[in-house]
Design a protein around this ligand. Structure first.
Ligand SMILES: *[C@@H]1O[C@H](CO)[C@@H](O)[C@H](O)[C@H]1NC(C)=O
Ligand SMILES: *[C@@H]1O[C@H](CO)[C@@H](O)[C@H](O)[C@H]1NC(C)=O
Ligand SMILES: *[C@@H]1O[C@H](CO)[C@@H](O)[C@H](O)[C@H]1NC(C)=O
Ligand SMILES: *[C@@H]1O[C@H](CO)[C@@H](O)[C@H](O)[C@H]1NC(C)=O
Ligand SMILES: *[C@@H]1O[C@H](CO)[C@@H](O)[C@H](O)[C@H]1NC(C)=O
Ligand SMILES: *[C@@H]1O[C@H](CO)[C@@H](O)[C@H](O)[C@H]1NC(C)=O
Length: 307
């Protein structure tokens, strides 16, 4: 039977000191990295005329529908993680070892997730990345950024699967985009995600802080809403914010929206006497650059009444 030889294995010489404790990888063993679900063929380093046998973790391998001997090669069909271990091929006559292969199985990395926001405009941009699906194999993340033709800068090299990078001294109101590249690499391959952005398009403040809603004495139809600019917004005097107010009466699912500029309080009026109202506030760059913040936590209050 002819077997397709799948070249998804990468050979790396392992030195014993680099091996994990308990794996008993012997000097001279090579590591094969195979892809889960693929067919894998391990070759015995022996001439075709000689007879050989294979062992896994030093126990003789019995042929199954998943593991076949073809000549002196060992074919593993649709490799399952349970097939990991140290494979060795031996002379049938003398027991001498011809090949020793440590098989590790995993996946090619998926495309990393990458998002970049300027929460502290105009101070910096923070990019975060994440590789959602584990690959079962040693995987490194490499992240760089560049601005126009200025040199490529490294955020993280050979870093963990999730991380973040702060880009400082950002160029404001520039038409030249920044470019961020995050690459996930393991012995089976690599995948990259690229993001290009103009800083003003990715402004996204944090939600307003200390939002409070209170009845106004002697006012049966008004509530006073107060808040503070997000503490992370560096300079509300220079880079002003506008606020979006969303409010609804208890039991109603039709909120009303109001937009106001550069104020940190607002009196809601024309409300229903004695009713309870719920309010949320979001912040956005004054001239509508970027995205509004997430909504602040909901606050509520009942209107003032004599009783
Ligand atoms: C693995 O080999 C079997 C038998 O030759 C074949 O039917 C199957 O399509 C192969 N699978 C892959 C993923 O190549
Ligand atoms: C195969 O065996 C020969 C002779 O023992 C040895 O010189 C060679 O390095 C071996 N090759 C591999 C890939 O193990
Ligand atoms: C072989 O040994 C290794 C390391 O001790 C272990 O992780 C693996 O599960 C074993 N493989 C099998 C098929 O028992
Ligand atoms: C990271 O990526 C950059 C550009 O893609 C490359 O120049 C650099 O050598 C990589 N670093 C590592 C450690 O792979
Ligand atoms: C916006 O508010 C800040 C802080 O209260 C104040 O310094 C600034 O003058 C205001 N700007 C306008 C246009 O109202
Ligand atoms: C509302 O904000 C304005 C402008 O900052 C301020 O002058 C006023 O005192 C505030 N009102 C209340 C009730 O906090």
């Amino acid at each position: 039977m002819e077997l397709p030889i799948i070249l998804c294995a990468v050979m790396v010489l392992l030195n014993t000191s680099g091996a994990k404790e308990g794996q008993h990888i012997m000097a001279g063993a090579v590591t094969y990295y195979g892809e889960i679900g693929r067919n894998i063929t391990l070759s015995c380093n022996v001439s075709a005329s000689e007879a050989a046998e294979w062992r896994l973790n030093n126990s003789q391998i019995t042929e199954t529908t998943e593991v076949h001997l073809t000549g002196n090669d060992l074919a593993i069909f649709s490799a399952h993680p349970s097939k990991e271990g140290e494979y060795s091929c031996h002379s049938l006559e003398t027991g001498n070892t011809y090949s020793r292969i440590y098989l590790l199985l995993g996946y090619v990395p998926t495309k990393p997730q990458l998002s970049c926001w300027s929460v502290r405009y105009p101070l910096n941009v923070v990019c975060t990345w994440n590789l959602e699906k584990p690959t079962n194999l040693p995987t490194e993340m490499n992240t760089t950024y560049s601005y126009g033709r200025e040199g490529v800068k490294t955020c993280s090299s050979a870093g963990p699967l999730r991380g973040s990078c702060t880009i400082k001294d950002i160029k404001l109101f520039s038409k030249i985009p920044y470019k961020v590249i995050v690459t996930a690499t393991n012995p089976l391959g690599s995948r990259s995600t690229i993001k290009e952005f103009i800083v003003e398009k990715i402004i996204k403040p944090d939600p307003p802080a200390d939002v409070s809603l209170s009845p106004v004495p002697n006012q049966r139809k008004k509530l006073l809403l107060q808040w503070k600019p997000p503490a992370t917004w560096p300079n509300p005097q220079l880079f002003m914010l506008k606020y979006i107010i969303r409010y609804w009466q208890a039991g109603s699912n039709r909120p009303r929206m109001i937009e106001i500029h550069n104020l940190t309080n607002y009196t809601l009026s024309g409300l229903r006497s004695r009713a309870v109202y719920f309010v949320q506030v979001a912040a956005k760059d004054f001239v509508d650059n970027g995205q509004p913040s997430e909504w602040s936590p909901t606050v509520s209050a009942r209107l003032w009444s004599k009783e």
